[in-house]
Design a protein around this ligand. Sequence first.
Ligand SMILES: Cc1cc2nc3c(=O)[nH]c(=O)nc-3n(C[C@H](O)[C@H](O)[C@H](O)COP(=O)(O)OP(=O)(O)OC[C@H]3O[C@@H](n4cnc5c(N)ncnc54)[C@H](O)[C@@H]3O)c2cc1C
Length: 463
Amino acid sequence: MIHDVIVIGGGISGLATAYDLMQRGLDVHLLERQVRTGGNAISERFDGFLMEHGPTTFNASVPQAVEQIEALGLLDQAHDLGPDVKRRYLRDNGRLTGIPASMTGFLTSNYLSLRGRTRILAEGLIPRHKGGEESIHAFTARRFGREFADKVMDPMAAGIFMGDSRELSISGAFPKLAEMEQALGSITRGVLRARRGSEPGRHLYSWDGGIGTIPQVLTRHLGARVHTGIAVSGLGKTAHGFAVKTREGSRQARAVVLAVQPHVAAQLLERVDPVGAETTGRIQAPPVNVGFFGYRREQVAHPLDGLGFLSTRDNDRILSGVQFASTMYPQRAPGGFVAISAYAGGVRNPELAQADAAELTALMHDELAEGLGIKGAPVVTRLRRWPLGLPQYALGHPGRRTKLNQSSDRVAGLFLTGNYINGVSVANCLASGSSVCKRVAEFLHGAGPVAGRAGKDDLKYSI
Ligand SMILES: Cc1cc2nc3c(=O)[nH]c(=O)nc-3n(C[C@H](O)[C@H](O)[C@H](O)COP(=O)(O)OP(=O)(O)OC[C@H]3O[C@@H](n4cnc5c(N)ncnc54)[C@H](O)[C@@H]3O)c2cc1C
């Protein structure tokens, strides 16, 4: 039997694509290597705490993704950030500074020098960039000054991408900022204009069961179309589409959507789409470690009145980001306790992937204790190691993105999606799934009915 579409990979990107394809009445099946779907979106409840092993928030700044959440019946149940999220903290030289969550926050706090703050005010006077692609650091240093780039944007790049602002592409990682400069000549003007509108980007949602609720609901809707515990080991082109090779045998489909991590895509594409293989193979995803810590409230001196903190490259300190999880969403810890998540690794400290788990957990706790005035040992700890963390939207990404989005021009019926192409966030992954679905549907519509089964001789596996 030849299916319309096989989706390979059951993270949020693959599930969203398969769900949209199902909604269009197509015969779609999804193959996931793990015993559970969701990819890195794992929410775990234990002892009254809720740990997010991967994503924590759904960013409502992507209208398409908000529509998808609403269609799944999840918008009504979404929780926005808790009332005690009043500021964002930045850490430099071991010292935390709270920045009020307002446009003028950086101007009123003393985190940046007076000179650095004055330079921010000059942003609107800086002419548009006429040269080629810039790094996040180069872009922000040019527009807002070097101190802002070093002490605000570098921590942000480390927090969001676990990356280096000097290596990440502004047009790849934050395309809206690059577009804003070209369209309006100023980021400040663009942000002010957006705030006068509906302010969609200010909402960061989650659910009682955590972000894992999204893949759970998608999986439930897809029902028997989802096949877990099935690793795809090869992909071959046939006369009528594709042969997808697994240990359980080969499955045939007219179209295939690859929704796996870039290194897996590189292997599967090797013989079917060498350009795609070469392009995905260039995308790095350095390892990330997520520590989860529960404390009794009275153990922690800090008010925890914010999202958490991001950090500059701070001497030998390893934490690049920390979230005050139970301030963001109060149900993350039982009454009288607080939950804190800590992130270390990425481009700054890839060597931590080899660190002993107990030693790494202790190091993370020590740094939290130093920054937040914590007394005594945590009541609960958990450590999640991601050998491949967040994909790096390095310089050159816009060109790679175009090539990856055009896979079906090179190989009819072959589509790619995933967090390494059109945006790393959960919202971007949902929206990308939907746009890939449209292209798949157009392809299948144009391709006409299935002519028959593929002969064995047609198969040419990548692996
Ligand atoms: C620590 C961390 C924190 C994050 N925080 C946030 C956040 O707060 N907000 C936010 O919006 N985003 C966040 N993100 C980013 C976001 O979670 C991810 O980008 C998104 O979940 C990725 O989804 P995906 O489906 O593209 O990839 P993945 O989740 O990686 O899914 C790929 C799937 O493919 C499967 N697979 C691989 N090989 C095969 C094979 N051979 N055969 C079959 N299946 C295969 C894998 O098992 C996996 O399930 C975070 C990510 C991490 C790691």
